[in-house]
Design a binder for this molecule. Structure first.
Ligand code: SF4
Length: 354
């Protein structure tokens, strides 16, 4: 198999013109040329969008260095807690099904995320193909499990970020980023040099190694992190092989909070521009032990930690192989979690079914 030299790989893929590389959906209904002046003025006038975390690291040359450090980890990959040791640089695919080639499913303004990220112009969402956690009930299984997406270069990714900014999005929302974190930092470095100013949202399953997170200190503005399970057996069953999920994710939550703190909302725009936002999906029969999840958050993070308690669990993909999770949740199952969170003292809850 052909060895992938990082420098050649990046050079070859950044030589293409920006518009030719953009996914078609980015451009639908927009005229980027005509909206450029309008959005430059908006970004200049919007204090939230003038000083993202990564700019000072870019100016010091450190963003690129960190990207290169992370790139080296792909030689015997240990970027996620699976530590599968795959030589991704030789284009072998790891347990997450990713090689060193960057695969992306879509990039567009997305209006289905939390209101504090969506605002009026949408969250600039980039969906990465493949996944390290591989939940059997994944709602995006075509992308995460089945590899839906196309191969792009690091320059393409930088261009996508810049196009999302030009199209007026409020942030760059990196969905399932963990296995492509080297590519992301190198692309951010290029995009920052070319005028990217939007906050970066790291939209993760929460199963993150702290040594990798430490390299994201000063890069990520908003961590949008799942806390899926507080039960190791359930984690290993529904995300095969991820028995260590509760232990790893607890440490990750502490580290993410250390870096960005409690989520901060701009009082004028109601948009979150910095901080930790946690999501917890309530599962049927309390298999994930939601009670323990919310109590852990209350006991280990500030009581005003942002927590979105989500009710939309829908059995998908392989969930039907597990009778106990092959149904929606009930109203009372959801309300039990909300009551437990309130009794534990959590004050910054986002609720759905009630
Ligand atoms: S990111 Fe993928 S290749 Fe790397 S350790 Fe995790 S599963 Fe293995």
């Amino acid at each position: 198999m052909q060895k992938l030299n990082r420098r050649n790989f990046i050079r070859s893929l950044t030589a293409l013109p920006a518009m030719a590389m953009a996914p078609a959906m980015l451009l639908q209904g927009r005229n980027p040329a005509s909206s450029l002046a309008e959005n430059k003025a908006r970004i200049k006038n919007d204090p939230m969008e003038t000083a993202p975390n990564y700019l000072s690291l870019h100016k010091r040359g450190e963003l690129k260095i960190r990207g290169e450090i992370l790139w080296e980890k792909m030689r015997s990959c240990n970027l996620c807690p699976r530590d599968c040791g795959t030589d991704r640089i030789s284009l072998q695919r790891g347990d997450c099904r990713a090689s060193a080639e960057l695969e992306i499913s879509s990039a567009s303004a997305h209006f289905g995320e939390e209101a504090e990220l969506v605002g009026s112009r949408g969250s600039g969402t980039i969906f990465f193909t493949n996944c390290s956690l591989l939940c059997v009930f994944c709602i995006n299984y075509e992308i995460s499990h089945l590899g839906q997406g196309r191969t792009y270069g690091i320059g393409h990714l930088a261009n996508m970020m810049l196009l999302l900014q030009r199209n007026g999005c409020h942030n760059i929302n990196l969905v399932t980023p963990s296995h492509y974190v080297p590519h992301i930092l190198l692309a951010l470095d290029q995009a920052a040099a070319r005028g990217l100013r939007l906050p970066v949202v790291y939209n993760t399953c929460g199963w993150e190694k702290t040594d990798v997170l430490e390299l994201l200190d000063g890069v990520v503005d908003i961590y949008l992190a799942d806390f899926k399970y507080a039960d190791a057996q359930a984690a290993g069953k529904y995300s095969p092989g991820a028995h260590c999920y509760p232990e790893v994710t607890e440490k990750a939550m502490i580290e993410m909070h250390r870096q960005v703190g409690v989520a901060e909302t701009d009082p004028e725009t109601n948009l979150i521009y910095k901080g930790l936002m946690i999501r917890h999906l309530v599962m049927p029969g309390n298999v994930a032990r939601s009670d323990r999840v919310v109590r852990w958050i209350a006991n280990n993070l500030p009581k005003n930690t942002y927590l979105n308690i989500m009710s939309q669990y829908t059995p998908m993909y392989k969930a039907f192989n597990y009778p106990e999770i092959s149904r929606h949740i009930t109203r009372s199952e959801y309300n039990n979690v909300v009551s437990t969170a309130r009794r534990a003292g959590l004050t910054n809850l986002r609720l759905q079914m009630q």
